[in-house]
Design a protein around this ligand. Structure first.
Ligand SMILES: Nc1ncnc2c1ncn2[C@@H]1O[C@H](COP(=O)(O)OP(=O)(O)OP(=O)(O)O)[C@@H](O)[C@H]1O
Length: 445
């Protein structure tokens, strides 16, 4: 079997329920974990208005039993913010629309989903045209789902396994699912999917960067936060895909920092890296120091004690990333010898350093100007731990199974939050896991 890793991009700024629901729609159908694939799909699933327009055609895809055990992921690292974004004193070009936003938007069609276009089996809530309009007008959160196919690994090749995924073009693929009839005759079911982008197995990490992160780097300097996360089952290539991205992003950010417009404003780049392992937070750049998560008076989640480092050199960024990677919790699963056993979160924050004059007493004491910083924008890279099927755990020891259970639990909690959002529930179960607690603000508009 070939596996697929999803790279999901989320632009920050004001977010709408509609965008999040759309993401949920996209991702909850992406469980290629053998047993959770749809039993029968007569038409391809397309996460755009055109396909939703087909009414019941893809009905089977949306029934709860076909969603699979571990569904979608939706992350937002407002949660990690203990400071609001700088709202003034930033000289920049006018605020840019999302790089994922089509330049020209046709009023009545394309990428927006209308209530009338939804299939009856789907309890996706109708999106009113009024909301659509306001969404467009506000240029709100932009989501991009990119799928990367990985090549067969040595084990799969030696077992002469079939290639289960065929990439057709830059936005669609087919998954071939081997099945057995009741009389044990083998047959293959085909499932077609469309995404914002599909990258074939020969695509390099550099191309992944260009397709996903590159375009949002400039807007991080314009009071924007973005999150890129990798979702997929264990061994699907999440870490392989995610690890090079922050370094490439840092390279571009450092280059931008040299530009007079940002240099003159004293913009600097800061890096932090932590993981959520077994429901606990650890600083990967500070000897795995146990971190505590607290809520402040404004119900903002703060990670107390998380170390941030100012970086101005790509080589230094590389060293920090390597140090953090080395500190990450890894283990071995049936599907991946070097499996990440944690959710890793690397953040690159642009901050404006403000020279402030302290109180008279302090000034007298210090006679120096004190420095202060204010967040301008931030990009977060999240390498989620892989979801695991029962079949992946047969060879695992007790510890690995416990870890797997914890990982699945947290991804399930993530799914529950997204499902609650999808159902417009008032109560969103953030407290289901540390992951969802930390990412709480992503579910709150
Ligand atoms: N696109 C690719 N091209 C070549 N090799 C790949 C690709 N994707 C993944 N691999 C290889 O597959 C193996 C598993 O990848 P990786 O560790 O990134 O999976 P993962 O999804 O992070 O798994 P886990 O959730 O268990 O941590 C690694 O040896 C990696 O080098």
């Amino acid at each position: 079997m070939k596996d697929i890793c999803f790279v999901f991009m989320q632009g920050y700024g004001p977010q709408s329920v509609e965008e999040k629901q759309r993401l949920y729609m996209l991702l909850r159908n992406l469980n290629f974990n053998g047993e959770s694939l749809p039993a029968s799909v007569s038409e391809p699933y397309t996460p755009t208005a055109q396909k939703f327009g087909s009414g019941t055609s893809a009905e089977g895809l949306y029934s709860p039993e076909l969603r699979g055990e571990l569904g979608a992921g939706l992350l937002d690292l407002h949660a990690m913010d203990d400071t609001g974004l700088l709202s003034e004193d930033v000289d920049s070009e006018p605020f840019e629309p999302s790089p994922f936003m089509p330049k020209e938007i046709d009023d009545d069609e394309d990428d927006m989903i209308t209530g009338s276009q939804l299939g009856p089996a789907d309890n996706y809530n109708a999106v009113t045209s009024e909301k659509e309009i306001s969404t467009r007008e506000n240029n709100v959160a932009k989501i991009k789902v990119v799928v990367r196919k990985r090549p067969l690994n040595r084990k799969e090749l030696s077992r002469k396994e079939d290639d289960a995924v065929a990439v057709h073009d830059s936005s669609s693929l087919t998954v071939y699912e081997p099945k057995l009839k009741v009389d044990l005759t083998a047959y293959v079911e085909q499932h077609e999917f469309c995404f914002d982008a599909v990258l074939d197995e020969d695509v390099s990490n550099d191309e992944v960067y260009r397709e996903t992160v590159e375009r949002i780097i400039p807007i991080i300097f314009q009071r924007t936060k973005a999150t890129c996360f990798a979702y997929g089952q264990t061994g699907s290539g999440k870490t392989y895909t995610m690890q090079p991205l922050p370094l490439r992003a840092a390279q571009d950010m450092i280059r931008l920092l040299q530009q007079p417009v940002y240099r003159n404003q004293n913009f600097k780049l800061w890096l932090s890296y932590f993981e959520i392992y077994g429901g606990k937070l650890y600083d990967l750049l500070s000897d795995r120091r146990h971190l505590l998560m607290r809520e402040d008076g404004k119900k903002q989640v703060c990670i107390v004690g998380l170390q941030e480092f100012e970086v101005s050199d790509v080589q230094v960024v590389r060293e920090y990333i390597e140090r953090g990677n080395a500190a990450r919790s890894t283990g071995s699963t049936g599907a991946n010898e070097e499996s990440s056993r944690s959710h890793a979160i690397l953040q690159l924050a642009v901050k404006k350093h403000i020279i402030v004059t302290e109180t008279r007493r302090q000034r007298d004491r210090d006679a120096n100007e004190a420095k202060n910083t204010k967040a301008v924008g931030k990009i977060s890279f999240i390498d989620l731990a892989g979801s695991e099927r029962g079949a992946d755990t047969t060879d695992n020891d007790r510890q690995t199974r416990i870890e797997g259970a914890e990982i699945n639990k947290s991804l399930l909690a993530l799914k529950e939050c997204i499902r609650a959002l999808d159902n417009d529930q008032i109560h969103i179960p953030f407290r289901g896991s540390k992951l969802t607690e930390v990412l709480r603000d992503s579910f709150v508009v």
